[in-house]
Unconditional design. Sequence first.
Lengths: 203, 203
Amino acid sequence: MSTRPVAGPEIERLIQLLSKLPGLGPRSARRAALHLVQKKDQLLIPLAEAMGVAVDQVCVCSTCGTVDTSDPCTICTDPRRDASVIIVVEDVSDLWALERASALSAQYHVLNGTLSPLDGVGPDDLNISKLVERVSEGNVSEVILAVNATVEGQTTAHFITDQLARFDGVRVTRLAHGVPVGGELDYLDEGTLSQAMRARTNF
Amino acid sequence: MSTRPVAGPEIERLIQLLSKLPGLGPRSARRAALHLVQKKDQLLIPLAEAMGVAVDQVCVCSTCGTVDTSDPCTICTDPRRDASVIIVVEDVSDLWALERASALSAQYHVLNGTLSPLDGVGPDDLNISKLVERVSEGNVSEVILAVNATVEGQTTAHFITDQLARFDGVRVTRLAHGVPVGGELDYLDEGTLSQAMRARTNF
C-alpha cells in the first residue's frame, strides 16, 4: 500500500531532486515540493526562472576559481578590493564564509580541494599553478592560507608555501589558531588550547 | 563591508528564493544554492527541468481539489481505490500525510482550509459544495472527516455533517481521538486523556 502514488511522476521527481539539497531530507523535500506547487506564481515560477538563468550563466572564474555568473567574477573585478592580498581557500563555501565575516577586503583563490595522496589528489588536480601564476605577475604582497586546520589542509599549505618561496617580497601567512570566539575552554581539545596558550597576546 | 557581493545578482536571487522554502533558512539556502551551482549537471539542470515541468503541468483536481499534474488526479483515477469512501481533509499536506500512513485505500476531498468567521472564511470559500455534489451522485457510503482536532476543524466538521444529513445511507465518521502511538501519558493534555479513557477498548 505504501507505494501508491499520491500525485503524478512529475511531482515525485521534483520531491526526489529537492531531497538531494543539503538541509532537506525526504520529508522536508516533500513539504518543500508541496509548498512550491501550491505557491506556483509567487515561488515556483520565479524559482524555476532563477534556476534556468543559473543553468545558462553559472561559470567558474578563470582567475580565482570561484563560481559566479560572470568571468572574471564579481570579486576579481571589484575595484574596492585590495588586489595585493590573495586569500587562498579550499572551497567556494569557505570563500563565502569569510565574506560573511567581512574579515578582509581582498582577492581570493579557490583551490577546489586539498592535497590527498590517499585519494589520488595531487598538486595538478588543484588550482595551484594558476595561483603561482597570479603571484608571479608581481602585484601580490601577501598570500593568506585560509585552509582548514586539518592534516590535508596543512599539507596543502606547506606545499603552497614551498611553491611561493622563490617570490621575494611576498609574505605567506595563515589564519590564527586559538579559542573560538564564544567558545568554552572546557570543551576545547588539547591541541587548540596549547596553541592558544603559546600564541597568547597582551590584554 | 557586509553588503559586498560575493557573486552575481543571479546567484543572490537564487539564494533569496530558496530561502522561502520551508525548512531552509537564509544560511542553509546559501549552502543549497552553492551545492546547486557546483553540481550543475547532476542537480541544477535536472531540478530546473523538473520545476519547468511542474510550472507547465501542475493543476488542481476539479473533483477532489488536490494538486497534481493531471485532472482528474492520480488518486481520483486510481481504480484500486474504494470510490465509496471519501476522506475529507483540510489541506493537501494532510492528504499526503494520510497516504504516507497507508491508512485506507479510499478517495479524498480537499477543503483547502477551515471555516473561520474571524478571518472571513465562510462555506463558499471552501471546497464544500463540490463535496455535497459528489455525495449526491449516490455512490458514496461513508464520508470520513479527517480534519484537525482544532476549534476551526471541528466547526467545519459540524457544518459538513449538517450539509450531508439529508443523504440517507451515507455514514459520516471522524478520526479516533486518543493517546498517540508511542506517546507518554505524562506529557498529554487532559482533553486527550479523558477522551482516550472514555473511548477505551477491550485489550
